[in-house]
Design a protein around this ligand. Structure first.
Ligand SMILES: Nc1ncnc2c1ncn2[C@@H]1O[C@H](COP(=O)(O)OP(=O)(O)OP(=O)(O)O)[C@@H](O)[C@H]1O
Ligand SMILES: [Mg+2]
Length: 231
C-alpha cells in the first residue's frame, strides 16, 4: 500500500529581482510505501527540502499532485510529524515539557500526557534526566527530544529534513540507531532527507536518489551495492 504519493510534480518559484522563474522540481514522481523508512538522498540544492515542504504541506505544487492515503495535501496537519535540522525546541521548557507541549492544547489529561512523553523520550533514546532544559542537553540529545515530540500526536507520517546534519559522525550513527528503533517499534511511514549516502544506506532498504537542475528522482535503489556505485 502506498502512503505518500507524489505524482508528476513541478515546482516553480517566482522570479526575484529580474531573474527568470526557477524550476526547482520537474515531473517528479515518488511513492513511499505504508510503514516504510525511505531515505531521500541527493546533492545540495537538488530540491530535497522542496519535496519535504510539499509533503509537509508548507508549499503547494505548481502542478501535479501530492497525496497522503490518496487524499491531496492542502496544508500542514497533525497526521505528519516533522523533524528538521535547526534547533526547534522551546528553551524555557524541559525535555519532558517540550514533548508534552502539543498535547496540552488538545486536552490530553495531565497524567496521560506525562506518561506518553516519558515513553516517547525513552523510545527516542533520551537517557538521564528528562527535566533538563534544552540548553543543558547535547545537540544529539536535543534531536532525540525533537524526535519524541514529533511523535506526540501519533502521526502516521514522519518527515525529517537533514535532522542529524551538523552533528559529529558518532552522534549521527547513534541517532540513526535511535531512529531505526523508533521506526521498528511504531511502524511509521518515514521520509528521511539527507545528502549523506552512507546515512541513507544505513537507514533504508530502498533509497530514493535525486538529481538536480531541475530536481527529479534519478532512481530508486534497493541493492546496497548499487547505491555504492551509483552514488
Ligand atoms: N522559496 C524559494 N524561492 C526561490 N528558489 C527557491 C526557493 N526554495 C528553494 N529554492 C531553490 O530551489 C532549489 C532547491 O532547493 P532545496 O532547498 O529544495 O534543495 P535541497 O536539496 O534541500 O538543498 P540542500 O541540500 O542545500 O538543503 C535551490 O536551487 C533553491 O535555491
Ligand atoms: Mg535542504
Amino acid at each position: 500500500m502506498i502512503k505518500i504519493s507524489i505524482r508528476n510534480v513541478t515546482q516553480t518559484f517566482p522570479a526575484r529581482g529580474g531573474a527568470e522563474p526557477y524550476t526547482a522540481l520537474s515531473g517528479l514522481d515518488l511513492d513511499v510505501r505504508e510503514g516504510e523508512l525511505l531515505p531521500l538522498v541527493g546533492p545540495s540544492g537538488c530540491g530535497k527540502s522542496t519535496v519535504f515542504a510539499l509533503i509537509a504541506g508548507l508549499v503547494r505544487p505548481s502542478s501535479g499532485e501530492v497525496l497522503i492515503d490518496g487524499v491531496p495535501v492542502t496544508g500542514p496537519a497533525l497526521d505528519r510529524g516533522v523533524v528538521v535540522q535547526q534547533y526547534t525546541l522551546l528553551p524555557w521548557r524541559s525535555a519532558q515539557a517540550n514533548v508534552e507541549f502539543g498535547l496540552e492544547a488538545r486536552a490530553v489529561p495531565r497524567r496521560e500526557r506525562a506518561r506518553r512523553a516519558r515513553d516517547l523520550l525513552e523510545l527516542a533514546g533520551l537517557t538521564g534526566d528528562t527535566e533538563r532544559y534544552p540548553s543543558e542537553l547535547s545537540a544529539g540529545a536535543r534531536q532525540r527530544v525533537a524526535l519524541a515530540r514529533s511523535l506526540a500526536f501519533d502521526p502516521g507520517v514522519l518527515l525529517m529534513d537533514e535532522p542529524f546534519a551538523g552533528l559529529d559522525a558518532r552522534t549521527r550513527e547513534s541517532l540513526a540507531e535511535d531512529l531505526l528503533r523508533v521506526w521498528r517499534h511504531t511502524g511509521k511511514t518515514v521520509l528521511f532527507v539527507t545528502h549523506d549516502l552512507d546515512e541513507a544506506t544505513r537507514l533504508g532498504g530502498r533509497v530514493a536518489v535525486m538529481t538536480g537542475a531541475p530536481g527529479r528522482i534519478k532512481e530508486i535503489v534497493s541493492d546496497r551495492e548499487a547505491v555504492a556505485t551509483h552514488g
